[in-house]
Design a protein around this ligand. Structure first.
Ligand SMILES: C[S@@+](CC[C@H](N)C(=O)[O-])C[C@H]1O[C@@H](n2cnc3c(N)ncnc32)[C@H](O)[C@@H]1O
Length: 376
């Protein structure tokens, strides 16, 4: 049998006499947590707000954080009779921002012996809350949910199943009951997806010409971020967002900014999905086992008009199992978090064909997510 060689990590074989690559891998979680912590403390937001984005000293950052913390904690502190203090230590923050400089997230310059920190372009664009391309909420979900979940990876591998009980104390076998265990968790989950599609949505929606589809339903569409992008891109289309009732209530209240999307509440395993020409399934199929995927796809097939289609949006594994590493890691996360997994284009094609769809076409965007379009 031929061994498959991947060039994805050229460093992996470059220096066999020193463990540079292994050290990089071993330190990965440290770098992630430094990034998450800087986001949580609002470092990038505060630096962005300085005149001409010129930046701040650590002392000024500490003072700003203290002011913000004061506002939030005022009531609690008054109740407890506690004095107001800085919410972060100068020494701790100095080490954190220096590490952010090392990670190329911040720049530092020394003026008269004092260090001034400012955002790099990447940090300005992707890590500040105010940016239209902000990934702040992706960082928060990763920090609060995915990072602790990774502690359970050994058990997940041993047991071959999700770890909601070990990670979060949730008994339910219903994965969305576990994911939406509190209103706060549901909000974090929804914000995470909203943030993902702010960057990736346009690549996906441009992967195929979808202009011939007039009645479009985003099934399990959550915040409706993709549905809204679709409605903007194709103003002639009538777009419906289908999801669980409680989710749509949150969507209506917090995420719907573009009026041209209709909401339809239901359970996509049990209820009839509205009749239409195109069904979008973005990061939905990967949540479920094969039999559940087939139930969902058959349900969609029975509502789909002849000539209509289904657009599956997922990260795709290569057929030869060599990567991409992003999809392989997603699949590990799916093991701990859901009953599903990531799949190859062939596996999706088999599911679609079994559900009655034909003419399956795959579009690789070159980014994290790819699109698969099949017709009825
Ligand atoms: C992984 S999220 C993806 C959300 C959205 N498609 C996106 O990419 O932003 C899966 C979505 O499926 C919805 N969902 C889960 N079970 C469902 C069910 N039985 N019926 C309808 N929607 C469901 C969830 O509420 C959630 O919005």
């Amino acid at each position: 049998m031929a061994l498959q060689q991947t060039n994805e990590n050229p460093q992996a074989s470059a220096e066999d006499d020193y463990p540079t690559y292994i050290q990089e891998l071993a330190n990965g979680y440290r770098k992630s947590k430094i990034l998450f912590t800087a986001c949580e403390l609002g470092v990038f937001d505060l630096l962005e707000d300085t005149p001409d984005r010129a930046g701040m000293t650590v002392a000024a950052l500490v003072a700003e954080m203290g002011r913000a913390g004061d506002q939030q904690q005022q009531q609690q502190e008054e109740e407890e009779g506690a004095g107001r203090g800085e919410v972060v230590s100068k020494d701790g923050l100095e080490r954190l921002v220096d590490a952010c400089v090392g990670l190329d997230l911040l720049r530092v310059s020394i003026h008269e012996g004092t260090a001034i920190y400012s955002n790099t372009k990447q940090a300005s664009t992707y890590l500040t809350r105010s940016s239209p391309k902000s990934m702040h909420d992706v960082m928060i979900f990763n920090s609060h949910t995915v990072y602790p979940l990774f502690h359970t990876l050994p058990s997940a591998v041993r047991e071959g199943k999700h770890q909601h009980k070990k990670a979060f104390g949730v008994q339910s076998e219903d994965i969305f009951e576990a994911l939406y265990r509190t209103e706060e968790e549901r909000m974090k989950f929804m914000r995470f997806f909203y943030s993902i599609w702010s960057n990736d949505g346009p690549y996906i929606l441009n992967a195929f010409d979808l202009s011939s589809f007039k009645d479009v339903c985003d099934v399990g569409g959550g915040t409706g971020v993709l549905a809204q992008q679709f409605a903007r891109m194709y103003p002639d289309a009538r777009v419906t967002l289908f999801d669980l009732p409680d989710v749509l209530e949150v969507t209506q209240k917090h995420f719907l900014t573009f009026g041209n999307v209709k909401l339809h509440a239901g359970d996509f395993f049990k209820d009839k999905i509205p009749e239409g020409d195109l069904y979008i399934l973005a990061q939905v199929v990967h949540d479920w086992k094969e039999d559940q995927c087939l139930t969902l796809l058959r349900n969609i097939h029975s509502s789909c008009r002849p000539g209509g289609g289904v657009l599956i949006i997922e990260t795709l594994l290569r057929e030869d199992r060599t990567g991409p590493i992003t999809a392989q890691i997603h699949s590990v996360i799916m093991l701990m978090h859901t009953v599903g997994k990531e799949r190859t284009a062939t596996e999706y094609t088999e599911l679609l064909t079994q559900a009655g769809f034909r003419d399956v076409r795959v579009a690789h965007t070159g980014k994290t997510f790819n699109a698969i379009l099949a017709r009825k």
